[in-house]
Design a protein around this ligand. Structure first.
Ligand code: FAD
Length: 524
């Protein structure tokens, strides 16, 4: 307790309306008196060190305490108490999934962090059907703190799997559903937020609410892509499809961006296409283009992104086709046909077959390698942009032609998606065109470096990209957005700001939740 008192003066004060206002530390003491199934860890506990960190490794805000909930009621009780006792105290609450945010989004400076992974309840992860029998639509009900890798393994036991993924599966359902969850399946199925039947949410008032398209729909759509602003996702029903056993992975290089983009857009526009379509950029990776095919290991995306591009800029189209072993022949014919329609550099085509799990969990292979070299826990100044199709050529010319001189700091993904297949009712903000590109600059900085791989240099580069997008009025939106002022957030949401604000007022009027985004500092 002394630690806490040292951290925060324990003076009782009065708010404007003369009601008792307790300082944050006192509220934490009160939370400890609640009949919780889980536990509260105070400042100084090892978990606190983790709660002040994230994958970005740039911002570190220590909380006062960490709640390890065992039940949904733990979360509800705590939020209710904070909202009743601490409305003016400034104590904020951040749900923390797997902490793979980039700029402190899951942190709460001198606040309370809720460790959602302690609510995982794996024994309750269940595959069911929408009508209760076996003829409805299959879904899995998961805890908001469940990791996608666990969801995959559980659903595969039933021959099923979620339809839409992220490239990396060691993220929680609540964490990705608060953003979008975009990967190479999103052109067809939409992002993960478009593949959810129902949510259970604890609002900023501590109320536990079940919501779906037909029940409390405003909260349902608000929470999906809502950056944790309206409630904490404690359960989610994720839509499933039959899972394939195998995946054919194909990569091919292009030297001309227009041809590359034309082929990508063609592939996402047709019905019988690949199941996964992505791509990445290679700028000025000096060496031998010829070795591309022989030494290229498709199971290792990290290695792929380090490929030589002979001093020029190359674009790699990445495709995958799902299949079961007994469908091999038909799959190969279909792939052959699709490839015959494309205009890649013929000598650069590379095909391989891997299991479905290996394919989906591919980034974990890179993680293990980077961890072994001590290169995983470095600063990650990532920048993710959604670029309208009509402006992608301008973007390519300036960013890959002038601003960036190489891709040695990490992979740069680039692939188009069909907005027409996405549900526009969620809180996610996207460009206003039927097709837009996800461009992800997944940079790693070298700690204590002052060179081009320094954090400062990469952040400057990101700034130049953002400035170019703004000056050229490209209509680009940030994905996993990061802003510091309310004005910037308003500009990000544009015409949708009013709805976002109204939902905050309805579900978290004291602005207790998800302070790390810096959207709402004070009660509304
Ligand atoms: P956290 O970082 O813990 O939380 C993220 C935000 O969600 C915070 O604001 C937090 O308060 C809030 N939150 C967490 N849990 C809940 C909950 N249960 N209810 C309400 N709010 C909650 N994204 C993609 O779309 N596609 C990708 O392919 C992709 N690949 C990635 C690869 C790596 C290696 C990394 C580090 C990130 C990647 N991301 C990708 C980004 C990722 O989706 C987000 O960073 C996501 O938020 C991380 O999930 P998390 O569980 O770590 O969330």
């Amino acid at each position: 307790l002394n630690h806490l008192k040292h951290h925060e003066a324990t003076t009782v004060c009065y708010s404007n309306n003369n009601s008792l206002v307790l300082p944050p530390a006192e509220i934490i003491f009160s939370i400890q008196t609640l009949p919780l199934d889980g536990s509260i860890a105070l400042y100084g506990h090892p978990f606190e060190q983790i709660a002040a960190r994230d994958f970005g490794n740039i911002y570190h805000f220590p909380p006062l305490a960490v709640l390890n909930p065992n039940t949904v009621s733990d979360i509800s009780l705590v939020i209710k108490l904070v909202s009743e006792m601490g409305s003016a105290s400034g104590l904020k609450i951040a749900a923390r999934g797997h902490g793979h945010s980039l700029q402190g989004q899951a942190q709460a400076h001198r606040g309370l962090v809720i460790n959602m992974e302690s609510l995982r309840e794996p024994e309750t992860m269940q595959v069911k059907y929408t009508n209760g029998g076996q003829v409805g639509l299959p879904y899995v009900e998961v805890s908001g703190g469940e990791l996608w890798i666990n969801i995959l393994h559980e659903t595969l036991k039933h021959g099923l799997a979620p339809k839409s993924w992220t490239d990396y599966l060691h993220l929680t359902a609540g964490g990705t559903l608060s953003n979008a969850g975009i990967s190479g399946q999103a052109f067809r199925h939409g992002p993960q937020i478009n593949n959810v039947f129902q949510l259970e949410v604890v609002t900023g008032k501590g109320e536990v609410v079940t919501c779906s398209e037909t029940q409390n729909a405003d909260l349902f759509y608000g929470v999906l892509g809502g950056l944790g602003q309206f409630g904490i996702i404690t359960k989610a029903r994720i839509s499933l499809e039959p899972a394939p056993k195998m995946v054919k992975c194909i990569r091919a290089l292009y030297s001309d961006f227009s041809v590359f983009a034309k082929d990508q857009e063609y592939l996402i526009s047709i019905e019988n296409t690949f199941d996964y379509i992505e791509g990445f950029v290679l700028i000025n990776r000096t060496g031998i283009l010829n070795s591309w095919r022989s030494s290229f290991n498709l199971k290792d995306p990290l290695q792929a992104s380090q490929f030589d591009s002979d001093g020029t800029t190359l674009y790699c189209l990445e495709m995958a086709k799902y299949f079961n072993p007994d469908e091999s022949e038909a799959m190969n014919q279909s792939v052959e046909h699709l490839l015959s329609e494309l205009s890649y550099i013929p000598s650069t085509i590379s095909l391989t077959e891997v299991s479905y799990v290996e394919f989906l969990d591919r980034v974990h292979v890179s993680e293990m390698k980077l961890r072994a070299k001590g290169l995983w826990d470095v600063p990650h100044p990532w920048l993710n942009l959604l670029v309208p199709r009509s402006k992608i050529h301008d973007f390519n010319q300036e960013v890959f032609g002038k601003i960036l001189t190489d891709t040695s700091n990490g992979p740069i993904l680039i692939y188009p998606v069909n907005q027409t297949r996405w549900n526009s009712k969620t809180s996610l903000v996207t460009p206003e065109e039927d097709v837009f590109y996800l461009v992800a600059f997944l940079s790693s900085a070298v700690p204590n470096s002052v060179g081009k791989d320094s954090l400062e240099n990469i952040l400057n580069q990101n700034m130049r990209i953002l400035e170019f997008c703004a000056d050229a009025r490209l209509g680009v939106k940030q994905y996993l957005p990061n802003y510091t002022t309310k004005e910037e957030w308003q500009a990000h949401f544009g015409s949708r700001w009013e709805a976002f604000f109204r939902r905050k007022l309805a579900y978290d009027p004291l602005a207790l939740l998800a302070p790390g985004h810096r959207i709402f500092e004070n009660a509304i």
